[in-house]
Design a protein around this ligand. Structure first.
Ligand code: FAD
Length: 404
């Protein structure tokens, strides 16, 4: 079974690669270990950056619930913010429940000509260091290039050495769906001043993402830089958060049991002979807001484009270009996560971040990676200063956190 390109994983990253390569006429097979219609634990939030990536892929997103901005809450401060207006990204986002969203992308991949196989757990087939294809049960599929899009690092990643850096931050988050009369609202809501059951401030946030279908996606996420992270009980944290928002959202009972999953934010190796990693498999989750869908779409498109342009140089060219696009920002994000892992820095930081409307606007643009490099403005200047300051403070922040 010979193909031009093999893809392991049918999330947004894998689908984006499959759509791009199939439309260019390549013979593509994508393997998804789940059944058709599998769900993915997620907040379902798409930022304008993700909408731009969907536009690049020519995906019809009119079925998604449109979102015009973010309500940022920290303590008693509440700010309603519009997405930034830039020439690079549209000024709207969306909430698109993953079961429907991922299915839609896979349907487009099939319509573009990709051979999509469900219930197919695929593992890389190696010849020395080189990936020469994938194995699904007893079947072997061959191709000169394989894209690892298998999400948070598992067995396939382990075989390739594409694992999380143990010294780096990662996230854990939990979500549920619940009915609410406010399901059609056009703002995401994020509460940045969460505390755990012992009163320790949580570097992370609680969210209410209205899905427009009678429900809201409610969840909480935390970064591993938090003091006592290993003992953090996400179910308890979610229950605490839902008790805070229950009244204002007239929240009903959870539609199903809350589910949690990992948010990988680093990867020690994302390419090698005959393969590259994209999306979560490459650790591409923004530590400042937990967003990974956009980075999955962008890296999936890029990996396919590099292979289409030149199969021989694709692996190294992808690594270089994806690095130019994301590495500096994600590194700053990881440093930021060590900063807010200190409770005594998190609290005053939050006061500044939401202190005024314009400060909150800048916070939204910086944390969402929504700065237009052509017209960076105040958010661009803040990002530059944050870059340099965090680079200097990073070693101290990491050392002192370990002692906390
Ligand atoms: C609770 C929570 C909330 C989140 N909220 C948001 C949000 O609101 N917005 C946002 O942008 N991001 C959010 N994220 C992050 C986002 O879900 C991920 O970054 C995104 O799904 C990454 O896409 P992906 O395609 O790389 O991986 P995935 O979506 O995880 O897809 C990987 C696929 O590969 C399949 N697979 C795995 N191993 C194999 C194998 N060996 N063979 C075949 N198939 C395999 C899996 O079944 C899966 O379908 C959230 C994450 C969590 C945990």
């Amino acid at each position: 079974m010979q193909y031009d390109l093999l893809i392991i994983g049918g999330g947004p990253a894998g689908s984006a690669a499959a759509i791009t390569a199939s439309r260019a006429g390549l013979k593509v097979a994508l393997f998804e270990k789940g059944p058709y219609g599998r769900d993915k634990v997620c907040g379902d939030g798409l930022t304008p950056r993700a909408i731009a990536a969907l536009n690049e892929l020519r995906i019809d997103h009119s079925g998604a619930h449109r979102i015009d901005g973010l309500r940022m809450i920290a303590g008693k401060k509440e700010r309603e913010l519009a997405w930034p207006t830039t020439s690079r990204f549209p000024n709207h986002g969306a909430v698109w429940p993953r079961q429907k969203f991922d299915n839609h992308l896979l349907d487009v991949a099939v319509a573009s000509g990709a051979d999509v196989r469900f219930d197919s757990e695929a593992l890389p087939e190696m010849e020395g260091e080189r990936v020469i294809g994938v194995r699904v049960g007893a079947d072997i599929y061959h191709a000169p290039f394989t894209i690892l899009a298998a999400g948070a690092q598992g067995m396939a990643a382990k075989m390739l050495g594409a694992e999380r850096d143990p010294n780096e931050t990662f996230g854990l988050a939990i979500r549920a769906y619940a009915p609410t009369p406010r399901h059609a609202e056009r703002h995401l809501e994020a509460c940045l001043s969460l505390r755990d059951e012992h009163g320790t401030p949580v570097p992370g946030y609680g969210w209410m993402f209205p899905a427009g279908d009678g429900t809201v996606n409610i969840g909480v996420g935390a970064l591993s830089t938090m003091k006592g992270f290993k003992k953090l009980n996400l179910n308890t944290l979610l229950d605490q958060y839902s008790s805070i928002v229950r009244e204002s959202w007239s929240l009903g009972e959870y539609v199903e049991k809350p589910r949690a999953w990992r948010l990988p934010m680093s990867c020690v190796k994302r390419h090698g002979p005959g393969w590259v990693a994209v999306g979560d498999a490459a650790g591409f989750v923004n530590p400042m807001n937990g967003e990974g869908i956009d980075y999955g779409l962008e890296s999936g498109i890029l990996a396919a484009q590099k292979y289409i342009a030149d199969p021989v140089t694709a692996s190294a060219a992808y690594d270089r270009e994806v690095g130019e696009r994301f590495d500096a920002f994600l590194r700053t994000g990881r440093r930021f996560s060590f900063l807010i892992g200190h409770p005594w820095l998190l609290r005053p930081g939050l006061r500044i971040a939401v202190g005024t409307q314009s400060a909150a606007d800048i916070t939204l643009a910086v944390m969402g990676n929504l700065i237009d490099t052509n017209t960076p403005g105040a958010a661009g200047r803040v990002m530059k200063i944050a870059d340099s300051a965090l680079a200097l403070a990073d070693p101290v922040l990491r050392r002192t956190r370990a002692k906390a």
